[in-house]
Design a protein around this ligand. Structure first.
Ligand SMILES: Nc1nc2c(ncn2[C@@H]2O[C@H](COP(=O)(O)OP(=O)(O)OP(=O)(O)O)[C@@H](O)[C@H]2O)c(=O)[nH]1
Length: 615
C-alpha cells in the first residue's frame, strides 16, 4: 500500500500561506491599477479608445485573476484530499494495530468530561457498543468496589502531574456477572500550558494469559514436587532439565547432567536391541513405556518404570523428549516378598504346597524327557500333638523349625524339602537310580528325627516320623497322584508303628526292604572279611599251558552260604560299597600273584573286573 509523503507537501503549503498570497495579490493588483491607467492615458488621447482599452484591460485582469484562483483552488483541493487520505490511512492503521493486539481502548476528554470506548472495550465485557451510558464514571462502576480506590489513585496521580503514564491490573465485571482480569495502560496529554487535556489507554483481557500462567505454575509445581524423577532432553536427547526427584533418585545434580545424554544412567543390563525398539516406538507412536534397570551415581542398580514422550512443535518436528522415572525397586522387592510368602511356609521358610506342586510338575517333565525316575517322601511326625499339648503351640512351632532345618541341612542341596502344613513335610528326591533309594533316605530321616530335640525352654522331647513313598512313574503320572499315593502309603506306615516307611506298592516296599537288608549285611560282610576271591584259570588250547587267571569275588555268608555276585554286586554298586570291594579284590589278586611267583610258578596275567560304577 503506498503512503503519501506528508513532510514535503507540508513545506510547500507553508510557502503558499494565505496571508502571503493575499498580500502578493493586493500588491500586484494595486500596481496594475496604478500603472496600467497611467500607461493607457499616456498612449491614447481619444476618450472612446481609452474607454475600450480600459474595458479590455478590465477583462484581461479578470481573466488572469480567475486563472490564478483556479490554480490556487486546484492546488488546495489536492492538498485537502491528500491530507484526508493520510488521516484515513493512519486511522485505519491504528485500528488494525489495536485489532491485532485484541485490546480495547478508551479516550477521556477531560475538558468536556466525555469518554470514548472502542467496540473491543465493550465486547471484552460482553456488551454491544454504547449498550450502557458511556460516561467517564462507567469505568468505575465496572470495577469491584474494593478496587475502585486503586483506579482513582492512579488517575489523581496523572492529573496532579506526579505521573505521565500508568499501568493497573484490575478486574471488570462482565455482563454475565463474572469478573474479567484486565491490564489497563494509559497516558495523559497536556496542552502547551501544561493543562491536562485527555487521558487515553488500552485494556488487555488477561483471562487466557492468567489461565496459562496458572497452568504453568501448576506444571512447575508438579515438576518440582513430584517424587517421580522427570528428565527433559532436546531433540538430540541431550539433557536440558531434571527435577529434584530425579536428582534425589540418581544422586546427580542438574548441573552434572546438563548437556549429557541419559546414557549416563546406563546399567549395561540392556542390549542394543532394547534401545532400538525404544527409539522406534518413540518415532512411530510418540511414546514408550517400560521397565529399565539404571545405575545411579554411586553405582547402585535400581529398577525404574520409565515413560518417555516425544514433544513435537506445530509442524510435527520433535523438539523435546520428556522421561518420567518411577522407582519400582521397592515394588519389585515387595513383589519378591509377596512371591516368597505365596510360595513358602512362613514358619519354616520351606517351600509350601503350591511351590511343591510346581517343582513336582518340573520334575515330572524332566523325568519324562530323561527317562529317569524320582521319589516323593511324605513325612508325618509321630506324637507331635503331645509336644503341643505338653509345652504349648510355640514350643511345637519351635520343634517344626528345628525339624525343617535338620532336613534342609542333612539332605543334598538338590533335594527339595517342603512343608505341607501341620506336622507334614515332603522330600523330593530327583534322579534316583534305584527305587529303593527312597527307602534308604527314609531310613536316614527316621534316624535323624528320632534324636532328642532340645527346646528353648530346656525341655527335651522325642518324636518319630512315618514316611509314605511314591515313585515316578510307577506310582503316579502327575503331582496330584504322586502326593495322594505318598499320603496313602504314609497312613499304612503309621499303622505299622513309629519310624516306619512304606512305598505305595507292597511289592516295592518288600523289594526295597530286601535290598536294604542285603546292603546292611554286605556292609558287615566287607568289615568281617566274609568275601572270598576265586581264580578261574585261562589255558592256551594249542599248548595246554596256563597263561593267566581271572579273579572272581564271592560272598560267603555264614547263615545263607555262598551268595552269587549277580545278587550282591548291584547292591554294592547302588550303595557305593563297590569301591571298597573293588580295592579289596585288586589287593587280593596282587598278593595271590606274588605268592604264586614265590612258590616258583612262572609269572601269569591275573585279570580283575572293575565295575563301571566304581570311582
Ligand atoms: N505348633 C504347631 N502345631 C500345629 C501347626 N499346625 C498344626 N498343628 C498341630 O499339629 C498337630 C498335628 O496333629 P497329628 O498329626 O494328629 O498329631 P500327632 O501327635 O503327630 O499324631 P500322629 O500323626 O497320629 O502321630 C495338631 O495338634 C495340630 O493342631 C503349627 O503350625 N504349629
Amino acid at each position: 500500500m503506498s503512503t503519501p509523503k506528508p513532510s514535503r507537501r507540508r513545506a510547500r503549503l507553508r510557502l503558499r500561506s494565505p496571508f502571503g498570497i493575499t498580500l502578493a495579490f493586493t500588491a500586484c493588483s494595486t500596481l496594475w491599477i496604478l500603472l496600467s491607467g497611467t500607461v493607457v492615458n499616456a498612449l491614447f488621447d481619444d476618450p472612446d479608445t481609452i474607454y475600450y482599452v480600459e474595458l479590455l484591460k478590465g477583462f484581461a485582469y479578470t481573466a488572469v485573476v480567475a486563472a490564478l484562483l483556479y490554480v490556487l483552488l486546484r492546488s488546495w483541493q489536492g492538498l485537502l484530499h491528500h491530507a484526508i487520505a493520510v488521516a484515513e490511512h493512519n486511522e485505519a492503521r491504528l485500528e488494525r494495530v489495536l485489532l491485532g493486539s485484541n485490546d480495547g481502548w478508551w479516550d477521556w476528554d477531560i475538558g468536556t468530561d466525555t469518554i470514548y470506548y472502542s467496540p473491543r472495550w465493550w465486547s471484552m465485557l460482553g456488551y454491544q457498543p454504547n449498550e450502557l451510558p458511556a460516561d467517564s464514571r462507567l469505568w468505575l462502576r465496572m470495577v469491584p468496589p474494593g478496587e475502585v480506590h486503586e483506579v482513582e489513585a492512579a488517575m489523581s496521580k496523572l492529573l496532579s502531574g506526579d505521573a505521565k503514564s500508568g499501568r493497573l491490573e484490575v478486574r471488570m465485571r462482565h455482563k454475565d456477572g463474572h469478573y474479567v482480569p484486565v491490564i489497563t495502560r494509559f497516558r495523559i496529554q497536556r496542552d502547551a500550558g501544561g493543562k491536562p487535556t485527555c487521558v487515553s489507554g488500552t485494556n488487555t483481557d488477561m483471562t487466557d494469559f492468567n489461565a496459562a500462567q496458572r497452568r504453568l505454575h501448576q506444571a512447575a509445581a508438579v515438576f518440582e514436587t513430584t517424587r517421580e524423577g522427570i528428565l527433559v532432553t532436546d531433540a538430540q536427547a541431550r539433557i536440558i532439565m531434571v527435577n529434584q526427584g530425579f536428582s534425589a533418585a540418581t544422586g546427580y545434580s542438574e548441573a552434572e547432567l546438563l548437556g549429557r545424554t541419559p546414557a549416563v544412567l546406563s546399567s549395561g543390563k540392556h542390549d542394543p536391541a532394547f534401545f532400538q525398539a525404544m527409539w522406534e516406538a518413540l518415532a512411530t507412536d510418540g511414546y514408550w513405556r517400560g521397565e529399565v534397570c539404571n545405575r545411579n551415581k554411586s553405582g547402585e542398580m535400581h529398577s525404574d518404570f520409565l515413560s518417555i514422550s516425544a514433544v513435537r512443535d506445530d509442524k510435527g518436528k520433535v523438539i523435546n523428549y520428556v522421561g518420567v522415572y518411577a522407582d519400582v525397586s521397592q515394588i519389585r522387592e515387595s513383589e519378591r516378598k509377596l512371591d516368597f510368602l505365596a510360595h513358602h511356609d512362613p514358619l519354616t521358610g520351606l517351600p509350601n504346597r503350591l511351590m511343591l506342586t510346581t517343582e513336582l510338575d518340573h520334575a515330572t517333565k524332566a523325568a519324562r524327557r530323561q527317562h529317569s525316575s524320582f521319589a516323593l517322601l511324605l513325612l508325618d511326625l509321630d506324637r507331635f500333638k503331645d509336644v503341643n499339648d505338653s509345652y504349648g503351640h510355640a514350643a511345637g512351632d519351635e520343634l517344626l523349625v528345628q525339624v525343617a532345618s535338620c532336613l534342609r541341612q542333612r539332605l543334598r542341596d538338590a533335594d527339595i524339602v517342603a512343608r505341607l502344613g501341620g506336622d507334614e513335610f515332603v522330600v523330593l528326591l530327583e534322579n534316583i537310580t534305584h527305587d529303593e533309594d527312597g527307602g534308604r533316605v527314609a531310613d536316614e530321616i527316621a534316624e535323624w528325627l528320632s534324636q532328642g530335640w532340645t527346646l528353648s525352654n530346656g525341655a527335651e522331647v522325642r518324636i518319630g516320623v512315618s514316611i509314605g513313598i511314591s515313585v515316578f512313574p510307577a506310582h503316579g503320572k502327575d503331582s496330584n497322584e504322586l502326593i495322594q499315593h505318598a499320603d496313602a502309603a504314609m497312613y499304612l506306615a503309621k499303622q505299622q508303628g513309629s519310624g516306619c516307611y512304606r512305598y505305595f506298592s507292597q511289592r516295592l516296599t518288600h523289594d526295597a526292604r530286601h535290598r536294604l537288608e542285603l546292603e546292611a549285611r554286605l556292609h558287615q560282610a566287607v568289615q568281617r572279611n566274609q568275601l572270598r576271591a576265586f581264580y578261574q584259570p585261562q589255558i592256551d588250547i594249542a599248548s595246554g599251558r596256563l597263561i593267566g587267571a581271572e579273579a572272581l569275588v564271592r560272598w560267603f555268608d555264614p547263615e545263607r552260604g555262598l551268595i552269587a555276585p549277580q545278587r550282591f554286586i548291584p547292591v554294592a554298586e547302588s550303595s557305593g560299597l563297590i569301591n571298597q570291594i573293588g580295592k579289596w579284590i585288586l589287593w587280593q589278586s596282587c598278593m595271590q600273584g606274588k605268592r604264586w611267583i614265590e612258590a616258583g610258578f612262572p609269572p601269569i596275567i591275573v585279570a580283575v573286573n572293575v565295575s563301571p560304577a566304581s570311582s
